[in-house]
Design a protein around this ligand. Structure first.
Ligand code: AMP
Length: 380
């Protein structure tokens, strides 16, 4: 059985690694000849809009999925005419546009940030008047990892944004002074079965995820259920199939939905070693209509992203219950090259193991001082 995947980055790579034990084969389509999956699977190198390449790619596939949410909707729609595509194309469309996404949250009664959508430069002032400062300005489409975003705190920030503002539809959001950022991964299979992972605590720097702690420590009562209810509503409304991630701000003991990703997600990488069934395996089970695997956590995990640089491997692997994942990409500033997951049965043990990681991780961008109650000298 061959699964087709649009996008050949690390998420596709990990999907394939989860699928091989199930006897699955994979074929990828990616415009880049450097896409990491080339090392482990059949890869078609072509633009997503190349109809002939899409036809070739789709030949004999059981089902098509995607690992990149900016895949052109037309490509997914074209493939859906001949092969089932999951998550469904409507989910891809909703998630590609911040306004549609927020409107969907609103319609389903899911609390989200206050916002104003505007089109032209001329309406920028009006949006600021409505929302006030501080605010976060975002392009409606094609934004990820903090790209296409401006934090506005002052008149100077507005001036700078006005100069840089692309002439595309935008959204201005109220700046949320959140307690922390969390995410929820839900999965729904072709048969309608659903399952939810524990809420995860996330730390970002420069809009890029650096650290996830799972399950989120000291989660207030009711928040796991609130996250599950919000995610379930979206899964059901969209007739969703596969893994869906919703990112939330935790503020005043409540969850405020920020955005969703219709795919496996970086904040779910800990599930490879830290949950009974990984997000990658469950995504495959879901799109094939197989029973879902248990989503419970096995102890406590910390997932640390390796961005732009890779530590010396032996020092990482020397720490007990620590796993290194390298995606086979050439180092470049800001690029996700791999991740490290540290696991332990107790939180105190996790903190101890984090403290045993090499010096490399002591820099503030690794956020390891954020791990609740960690008392390790030198950790920022
Ligand atoms: P996003 O692309 O929407 O996930 O934004 C990237 C990161 O920017 C988030 O993870 C937050 O750390 C920050 N951010 C985005 N929107 C807001 C907001 N309205 N208020 C405060 N921080 C925000």
């Amino acid at each position: 059985m061959t699964i087709g995947i649009l996008g050949g980055g690390q998420l596709g790579y990990m999907l394939a690694l989860a699928g091989y034990p199930l006897g699955l084969h994979f074929r990828f389509l990616d415009p880049s000849p450097e896409a990491p999956v080339g090392r482990i699977a059949h890869r078609v190198t072509a633009e997503y809009t190349d109809e002939q390449a899409l036809q070739r790619f789709a030949q004999g596939l059981e089902v098509v999925t995607y690992e990149f949410e900016n895949v052109p909707v037309e490509a997914a729609r074209m493939l859906a005419e001949r092969t089932p595509v999951y998550p469904p194309v409507n989910a891809l469309e909703e998630a590609q546009d911040r306004l549609r996404e927020k409107t969907l949250f609103g319609k389903l009664g899911i609390a989200t940030t206050e916002f104003a959508a505007f089109k032209a430069h001329a309406d920028f002032e009006k949006a600021v008047q409505k929302i006030g400062l501080p605010a976060v300005l975002k392009t409606r489409r094609m934004g990820y990892d903090g790209k296409g975003q401006w934090l506005l705190r002052s008149a100077e920030d507005m001036e700078k944004a006005r100069r840089e503002l692309p002439d595309v539809p935008m959204i201005l959001e109220q700046f949320v002074a959140f307690t922390r950022e969390v995410s929820m991964l839900g999965v729904r299979s072709r048969s309608g079965e659903t399952a939810f992972y524990p809420v995860v605590e996330n730390h970002h720097r420069g809009g890029i995820l650096r650290l996830s702690i799972a399950p989120a420590p000291n989660l207030a009562g009711g928040l796991q259920k609130a996250g599950e209810e919000a995610t379930r509503k979206v899964l059901e409304e969209l007739g969703y199939v596969g893994v869906l991630c919703i990112e939330f701000f935790e503020v005043d003991g409540k969850l405020l939905a920020n955005e969703m990703a219709p795919r496996v997600h970086n904040s779910g990488h800990w599930t490879i070693e830290g949950a009974v069934t990984s997000q990658f395996e469950n995504h495959l089970r879901a799109i094939l209509g197989m029973p879902l695997g248990a989503t419970s956590a096995v102890g406590h995990s910390a997932m640390i992203n390796l961005i732009g640089e890779i530590p010396e491997e032996a020092g990482v692997l020397a720490v007990p219950n620590t796993h290194l994942h390298l995606y086979g990409k050439a180092p470049r500033p800001g690029r996700k090259l791999g991740h490290v997951t540290v696991r332990a049965d107790r939180m105190e043990k996790l903190q101890e193991r984090i403290g045993e990681l090499p010096e490399f991780f002591r820099r503030p961008e690794y956020c390891l001082g954020e791990i609740a109650g960690v008392k390790v000298q030198g950790l920022a």
